[in-house]
Design a protein. Structure first.
Lengths: 594, 326
């Protein structure tokens, strides 16, 4: 059980931490929800509880009063019954049909047979002589009836009906019955002479005892009866009170009106309900224990607390779930957004859910597509810019080279080398023809090789046989296409950096072949070569300060990659004092493109 | 829309939780009564008024403090074995405390101490038990009661009297204590002579015969103190038989059937009565205190009252003398 709870808690907390980021939409919704729910529940429970408590208190008091009233009614019924019996005594004695005392005795005997709650009926003369009694027992020897309490009270107040306190009847020999005695004066007409008699009706005390004993005022509550002097008539713990083991606030009951009073009884709250009984001036006092009456109060208290706790937990989980549901689409969008941030632009947000979320998704989608368009535009612009830059560079070489070449031609003309002049001018014309190539960017390999040859012829003449050159090309290669002016910048580099400063006569070899289904053009020289680092840096680094004449090697590389992808381009292999080999990889392109 | 549906669903779940919580709560309440303190009261017998009063007192305490009370007793007061088995039974039922009126000073010791070993406190009422491990002993202070009887004897018989003592069991703790009390009271009066002391063995007829013999032997005896109920009845019968009512005064003990009549007929001048109701009440009350770890006195005196013809109908004594027990 415990382990299960622990596991559940662990899972819940995991879910909680996973889904619950403070400051997130979900957490804000959950917390607001939670606070509102808790406030409402606590507030409602407090109201319900206080209302309930009031009702319970009221009901407790009302319940006790009702019980006491019930006791009162029953007690009055008994006492009234006794009074009626005593009236019958008077009537019987004076009845014209009755034959005096003997007849009366029979009627009395009949009465006590019918009324089980009456113990005995007796009539005494003023001097204490017994006239009639329902008891068959003789009076006690030496008993002075006149000194008995009930007798004296009638003598003192002749007109009044007197109810005694419960006592052990002390009249008959060998009999000790607990009774409540009613005594009153009755008149008896004996031979026209009116005699004063005292009638005594003894009611079984057990009737009262049972009446009160069976009263339930909770488990501990009880009822007691006192007379107007504060003497206890009935108390379930009478003996404890006599021996001082228990105290009862009798004075309070005597001195206060009927009603309910809350008291503190040895640290326990009790409700004392007082009710005065008719005829006798007795008071019925009900003591109920507050705690007991309101056990339900405590129960309801704990019940409400537990319900509140459970509801708060359930509602909290509910608000977690609800807030998750509300924030889920937004979270999804957030995740998509994060992907866009990383550069994924081919994303589409599903348009579903609540109105706002739909709108948001729509806006998101249109935003993404707009960004995509803008990116494309920028890309195209950039490309166009680059092309124009290249064109500008291409345009640049010609005057520079032309100047040098023309300079060389002038030199040769001055020296009268007309043959050389002719060769050079033809080569120059060739070079320009292939360079311009009617404005095409892509030309046949054949033409490119022709272009390279023309360039090599011119340069060989300019550098007066500083190097030799060979051009080797497979027949198969010749009809493929390439950018124009791919070889020329590389050959230029070979001459300027590899051959020019050589002491020996250099050699430049240009080849064209097909390897691995790609075109491979190579420019190989046996010039000064360069370090590996320098070789590597040529393609990667920006040209430093010194702008090499013509189109840079790097530029060629970038152009190829830009047009054909990264698998093509330049490769430079070089070794100091050995030479340099530049490989140009191209796709096998048959048709004109671009 | 789906959110609304899910909220509704959760509210239904919540209602279910509350409802099921409610029913469980109700069950708990009804179970509560069984979790109460259980106290076993074992008396000597259920027959006579004395024990009925003990029982009534115990019942009242049980109700007052809301404990589960079970009151048992052997049919016969002398059935020690039965009482031992009642104690054993209570131990088996794992009651929280035992209130015991031991029928025997020695024979109940073993089983009572077994209960204490099991963690069940034992409260002894009415008659002492030969054990120091009991929680408390609640009874009449016999010596004190006997001093009252002795003083009463002097009062009714005069300071120059020849008296006899009708005790019950020679060597029994109660009779020894009561005799000691009598002597303590009368020793202050040099004019009082004790002419005889007899033991009735708690048998009315034995007491009657012994009284007759005693009076034949010592006709000058003018007062007899009888130290328990049967002795008192027997003595009074002998006096009645010998027509010596009023001439030989009797001060008796306890309140068994017949004593009141002799008191009213002047055959007995006074009786000293105990307070069995309080014994029962205090037995249970102190048991609860022991369970609740409230310290209580080692011995508790429930008191005794001298009743004569003059005060027997006073409200406070009526209840003692004429208890209404069903």
């Amino acid at each position: 059980m415990n382990i299960k709870i622990k596991k559940a808690l662990k899972i819940i907390s995991q879910i909680f931490y996973k889904t619950f980021k403070f400051g997130s939409l979900q957490s804000v919704i959950t917390i607001y929800f939670g606070v509102i729910i808790i406030l409402v529940i606590v507030f409602m429970s407090a109201i319900i509880y206080s209302k309930f408590v009031k009702t319970v208190d009221n009901n407790a008091v009302i319940g006790t009063s009702q019980t006491i009233n019930q006791v009162n009614r029953n007690l009055q019924y008994y006492l009234q019954g006794m009074n009626e019996v005593s009236n019958t005594v008077a009537e019987q004695l004076n009845s014209p049909t009755s034959n005096g005392i003997e007849k009366a005795r029979d009627v009395f005997k009949m009465t006590i047979t019918l009324r089980k709650d009456i113990e005995s009926i007796a009539v005494f003369t003023e001097d204490g002589k017994m006239m009639v009694s329902t008891s068959n027992l003789p009076l006690k020897k030496g008993l002075d009836v006149k000194s008995e309490d009930w007798f004296q009270k009638v003598i003192e107040e002749p007109g009044k009906i007197n109810f005694s306190n419960p006592h052990v009847q002390n009249l008959y020999k060998g009999e000790h019955r607990w009774v409540v005695s009613l005594s009153k004066e009755v008149k008896y007409n004996k031979n026209g002479k009116e005699i004063r008699l005292i009638a005594l009706v003894d009611m079984k005390f057990t009737s009262i005892d049972e009446l009160c004993h069976l009263i339930e005022l909770g488990k501990k509550g009880y009822v007691y009866i006192i007379n107007n002097d504060g003497i206890i008539i009935y108390h379930p713990q009478q003996q404890l009170i006599y021996t001082g083991l228990k105290n009862e606030k009798i004075d309070f009951a005597v001195n206060n009106e009927d009603g309910s009073y809350i008291q503190n009884n040895n640290g326990e709250k009790t409700v004392m309900t007082i009710k005065t009984v008719g005829y006798t001036g007795w008071k019925i006092v009900g003591i109920s224990y507050y705690n007991e009456m309101v056990t339900s109060k405590k129960e309801i208290y704990y019940y409400i607390i537990s319900v509140v706790a459970v509801s708060i937990i359930v509602l909290f989980v509910m608000s977690l779930i609800i807030s998750a549901r509300i924030s889920l689409p937004i979270k999804k969008l957030e995740k998509l957004m994060a992907r866009v941030e990383k550069g994924e632009l081919d994303i589409y947000a599903e348009i579903k859910g609540e109105y706002e979320v739909k709108q948001l998704s729509k806006t998101f989608n249109s935003m993404i597509s707009r960004i995509r368009n803008l990116m494309d535009e920028i890309f195209k612009e950039q490309e166009a810019k680059r092309k124009s830059e290249i064109k500008a560079l291409q345009a640049q070489i010609n005057p520079h080279f032309l100047y040098n070449t023309l300079d060389s031609i002038v030199w040769m003309a001055e020296n009268g080398e007309s043959k050389g002049v002719i060769t050079m001018v033809i080569a120059l014309a060739n070079l320009f023809r292939t360079s311009i190539s009617r404005g095409k960017e892509i030309i046949k390999i054949k033409d490119e090789l022709e272009n390279a040859r023309s360039y090599l012829v011119i340069q060989q003449m300019r550098y007066t046989d500083k190097f030799d050159y060979i051009i080797e090309a497979d027949e198969a290669v010749l009809e493929y296409r390439t950018f124009k002016i791919v070889l020329q910048p590389i050959i230029e580099n070979s001459i300027y950096h590899g051959i020019k400063r050589m002491v020996d006569r250099g050699m430049i070899k240009v080849t064209a072949e097909i390897i691995d289904d790609k075109l491979l053009l190579q420019v190989i020289d046996n010039g000064l070569g360069m370090s590996k680092e320098t070789a590597e840096s040529i393609l990667s680094k920006e040209p430093k300060g010194k702008v090499s004449s013509g189109i840079g090697v790097k530029n060629v590389h970038e152009r190829i990659q830009l047009y054909f992808g990264n698998e093509y381009g330049l490769e430079i292999e070089s070794e100091l004092e050995v030479g340099t080999c530049v490989k140009i990889w191209l796709p096998k392109l048959k048709e004109e493109v671009g | 829309m789906r959110i609304v549906v899910s909220i509704l669903l959760m509210q239904i779940v919540l209602c279910l939780i509350i409802v099921t919580g409610c029913t469980r709560q109700v069950n708990n309440i009804s179970d509560n009564a069984q979790n109460n303190i259980k106290i076993e009261v074992i008396l000597k017998t259920s027959e006579n008024d004395f024990w009925k009063n003990v029982r009534a007192g115990a019942d009242v305490a049980g109700k007052e403090f809301s404990v589960d009370l079970s009151i048992n007793s052997p049919l016969n007061e002398s059935d020690v074995e039965d009482q031992i088995s009642l104690v054993n039974n209570a131990i088996e039922r794992k009651v929280d405390a035992i209130v015991l009126a031991a029928s025997d000073y020695k024979k109940l010791v073993a089983v009572s101490e077994k209960a204490v070993d099991e963690g069940i406190p034992v409260i002894i009422i009415d008659s002492a038990l030969d054990s120091t491990r009991i929680s408390t002993f609640i009874a009449t202070d016999n010596k004190e009661a006997a001093i009252k009887a002795g003083n009463m004897l002097v009062q009714v018989a005069g300071k120059h009297s020849n008296i006899a003592i009708m005790s019950f069991v020679k060597g029994a703790a109660t009779s020894n204590e009561r005799q000691a009390g009598i002597y303590e009271a009368i020793n202050k009066y040099p004019g009082i002579h004790v002419l005889g002391i007899e033991y009735s063995l708690s048998d009315e007829r034995v007491a009657q015969e012994l009284t007759k013999k005693l009076l034949k032997k010592f006709p000058q005896i003018n007062a007899i103190v009888a130290l328990n109920g049967p002795s008192t009845i027997g003595t009074a019968r002998a006096i009645e038989e010998l027509n010596l009512i009023g001439k030989v005064k009797i001060v008796g003990f306890d309140n068994i059937t017949g004593e009141i009549d002799y008191l009213e007929d002047n055959a007995i001048q006074a009786i000293v009565i105990q307070n069995p109701y309080n014994m029962g009440y205090l037995g249970v009350k102190n048991a609860i205190d022991v369970i609740n770890k409230i310290s209580i006195a080692r011995t508790i005196n429930t008191g005794s009252t001298v009743i004569d013809k003059g005060n027997m109908y006073l409200p406070e004594n009526q209840k003692l003398l004429f208890p209404f027990v069903k």
